[in-house]
Design a protein around this ligand. Structure first.
Ligand code: EPZ
Length: 418
């Protein structure tokens, strides 16, 4: 099994450019299915989740090729509406294809997406919303069999601002006759970017970024060119690493306007930030101070995806921080592994209380994407050597993480075990 060999306490310095956002490129690849033509996407990171999504498009009859960080998708003649089980199981967020399939093909068959390391991942809002547009969706033997050639726009209320359900609805509504209004929509930057891509395709969509999004469906959609925005969670990861290790790093290629909650937390923990529109310079002495409370919440609140990473950075500092994880039921699985490095973290339900103290190296195992990244951040700031396993999780969301960190002066090596 591959692992990272990390020697902690190197201060980090230099500059890096963040790769394209995983949580933008995945729904946007689903959106290319709506366009009868060729779409070109720039700044697409080489991640396993992106490769899986490319394979799904190929299974549907699209031509897909990668040229460096550019993806070219030709969805002129899709030949299937069925996503094979093994691809659905590898990546539950493929559920967003259901809306795209209903919109383009009038039908879709895919297996029920399993839960994941974060606990149960219900899709009730996806299904109830699509059914409200007129889709007939049967759940049988773990499969979702959807029919929906005559979707009709409706007012849809989302009881939770679900990112995936909002995206699914936007894609399905493009193929519905009339206007769909989503009330209680997610406001994430990735939703705004999906709207931008759909508008480029010729769709009539507006309101993304607010809690009310409107889509007037029925317009023929054509291929587009688009540059994927930088990944705000990957940016947060690098910033937390330098915050925890100490140093002076400039992260560029990401809209700082979308990182407010994380940047505020880092500043309150003692970092010095200089911000531009698309870059942020962080200077840190390496010992973060506790900031009393961090509550995760839908955008623009503190992102759940940055919770583990920020917790790791604070664990090796001083003072106390209480975390409250409000999005997922089981997103503290990194805590046991951080404790093996000496972290003092007490968990009770949704709350985790971190009391900062010196961390020491250990053998630790990542069990989910952001939890594994958090262990890397902790190991970089710990005294001594660490081995971090579970790298397949990291490869889902971070492109060449060890190379980027080495470029900043970290002592990290990928050890490949046969
Ligand atoms: C997206 O997941 C992201 N994934 C997640 O990032 C992110 O953590 C999450 O949004 C929240 O920001 C992608 O964009 C691919 P949700 P998604 O639907 O869409 C509940 C990462 O690390 N819910 O907004 O699945 C759900 O259980 C990943 O990159 C229902 O109850 O998240 C959760 O508690 C991890 N019923 C809450 O809503 C539903 O039908 C938010 O989930 C749908 C969701």
């Amino acid at each position: 099994m591959d692992f990272y060999q990390i020697k902690g306490k190197n201060p980090l310095s230099g500059m890096l450019t963040v790769h394209g956002a995983k949580n933008s490129v995945l729904p946007i690849l689903a959106a290319t299915l709506l366009a009868s033509g060729q779409s070109t996407l720039y700044n697409c990171p080489e991640l396993t989740d992106v490769s899986i999504t490319m394979d799904i498009l190929r299974e549907l009859g699209c031509q897909v090729r990668r040229e460096g960080s550019t993806l070219v998708v030709d969805a002129s003649q899709p030949t299937s509406a069925q996503i094979p089980h093994h691809l659905m199981q590898e990546m539950r967020s493929s559920i967003v294809f259901l809306g795209a399939l209903l919109s383009r093909m009038g039908e879709g068959q895919l297996s029920y997406p399993g839960g994941c390391e974060l606990g149960p991942r219900p899709i009730d809002l996806h299904l109830s919303s699509l059914r409200a547009l007129g889709a007939e969706i049967k759940e049988q033997q773990g499969m979702l069999i959807a029919k929906g050639g005559n979707l009709v726009g409706k007012d849809i209320f989302l009881s939770i601002p679900s990112v995936g359900a909002t995206q699914n609805l936007m894609l399905a509504a493009c193929g519905a006759v009339g206007t769909t209004t989503i009330v209680g929509a997610a406001k994430e930057p990735e939703i705004i970017e999906l709207q931008t891509v759909l508008q480029k395709m010729g769709a009539k969509v507006w309101g993304a970024g607010s809690s009310v999004i409107q889509i007037e469906g029925g317009y023929p959609l054509h291929g587009i060119e688009h540059h994927i925005q930088g990944d705000r969670i990957v940016a947060a990861t690098y910033l937390c690493a330098v915050a925890a290790c100490g140093g002076d790093v400039t992260v560029q290629g990401v809209s700082t306007q979308y990182m407010g909650a994380v940047l505020d937390g880092l500043e309150r923990a003692g970092c010095h930030l200089q911000m531009g529109q698309k870059q942020v310079r962080l200077q840190s002495g390496g010992k973060l101070q506790g900031i009393s409370m961090v509550r995760t919440a839908p955008y623009p609140g503190f992102p759940t995806d940055a919770q583990a990473i920020f917790m790791a950075a604070l664990s090796g500092g001083t003072g106390t921080t209480m975390f409250e994880e409000n999005l997922f039921d089981s997103r503290y699985r990194h805590v046991d592994e951080l404790s093996r490095m000496g972290a003092n973290i007490q968990v009770s339900g949704r709350v985790a209380v971190v009391t900062g103290r010196e961390l020491h190296g250990a053998q630790v195992n990542g069990t989910d994407l952001r939890g594994a990244a958090a262990l890397v951040v902790a190991a970089l700031s710990a005294q001594g050597e660490s081995q971090v396993t579970g790298l397949h999780h990291i490869r889902r969301g971070y492109e060449r993480l060890e190379q980027a960190l080495r470029g900043l002066g970290a002592s990290i090596a990928l050890v490949q075990r046969t």
